[in-house]
Write a protein of this length. Structure first.
Length: 325
């Protein structure tokens, strides 16, 4: 794990390996619902097991075979698998782009970076489109960044540590990709059972790592705030471990974990950013003082530090456990 993370920090893995894997397996993944969907739940579980379980089993077999030949080959194979299945830098550069925009007091750059990251506008387009404050942009970026850390870092690390070889990392990443493919687009309405099964399986795989990540945030941040946010989100959304992890992180940062993620101030008609028709075209940074930007940047820096400190705790605990085995 340490070697893979250091390698990714030195030379980040781009999206192309994942895109290539998707391109190679897309036909099989997308075609399975049509071939196997007989209207029963076990058909969906069979399809999920084929596209998630078989790659994980293959990764374990290949690693074990290489280990019989030469231990160094097995080591290099596992590092390579982790390098491409863990993607800490796949989202951190987007987080940094939002942070740099706020540090430069350019709300338009920060808002555009966040909108590109989430793949859509930050608010409904139209004459009544509200303005966005530095603090709310920072909060949305922090929530998304913590969620991505759970998806690309903590989930894969947990299952890699729990299952033999590289099978755990492949299992989690395959489950994540399959849930994305089967739950989006035109496939979900046609084969709702497959969408429900893939989403339920991913939630189950997220249950333990999300809780452990939330505990790590509590240990390295504001403990009482993290626990309060965790419990509050657990009462509101008991079946969403990722949301509970994000709430614990916000509480650990001293932010109101259970406040709405979007708390925007209505824009004044005729202010900068509106064209003649009254449509808001771009984010306007005017009107926000330096303290607003400073608070937003400080919160984002604190979130990045929180993830790193929690990761160090994970690595330390796993290292001690490995020495004791």
């Amino acid at each position: 794990m340490v070697f893979a993370l250091l390698l990714e920090q030195w030379r980040p893995a781009t999206h192309w390996p994942l895109q290539r894997i998707d391109a190679l397996l897309r036909t099989a993944i997308d075609g399975l619902p049509e071939r196997l969907d007989g209207g029963r739940e076990w058909h969906a579980w069979l399809g999920w097991s084929l596209v998630v379980g078989l790659p994980a089993l293959l990764a374990w077999v290949v690693g074990a075979a290489l280990g019989l030949l030469l231990g160094l080959l097995c080591f290099l194979f596992i590092v390579a698998v982790l390098y491409f299945t863990l993607g800490f830098r796949l989202f951190s550069h987007r987080f940094t782009a939002v942070r740099d925009g706020l540090a430069a007091r350019r709300l338009d750059l920060a808002g555009a970076a966040l909108a590109e990251w989430q793949g859509g506008p930050l608010a409904p387009i139209g004459a009544a489109m509200p303005a966005t404050t530095p603090e709310t942009i920072a909060r949305q970026a922090i929530e998304r960044g913590i969620g991505e850390a759970g998806r690309w870092l903590f989930g894969g690390l947990f299952w890699f540590a729990l299952l033999p070889g590289a099978s755990g990392a492949v299992l989690y990443r395959a489950a994540d990709r399959v849930a994305l493919r089967w739950s989006a687009g035109a496939r979900a309405p046609l084969h709702p059972g497959f969408a429900l099964v893939s989403a339920a399986a991913l939630r189950w795989l997220d249950e333990l790592p999300a809780r452990l990540a939330a505990g790590g945030f509590a240990l390295v941040g504001d403990f009482s705030g993290a626990v309060e946010g965790w419990q509050g989100e657990g009462r509101e959304r008991p079946g969403e471990p990722q949301a509970q992890m994000v709430a614990a992180a916000l509480g650990a940062l001293g932010m109101n974990a259970n406040a709405p993620g979007v708390d925007r101030v209505p824009a004044r008609e005729g202010s900068a950013g509106f064209d003649a028709s009254g449509t808001f075209d771009a984010f306007d940074g005017a009107g926000w003082d330096a303290d607003s930007y400073a608070v937003a940047v400080r919160q984002m820096d604190g979130a990045a530090s929180l993830v790193w400190r929690s990761l160090l705790v994970w690595l330390a605990v796993m290292g001690i456990a490995a020495l004791m085995v």
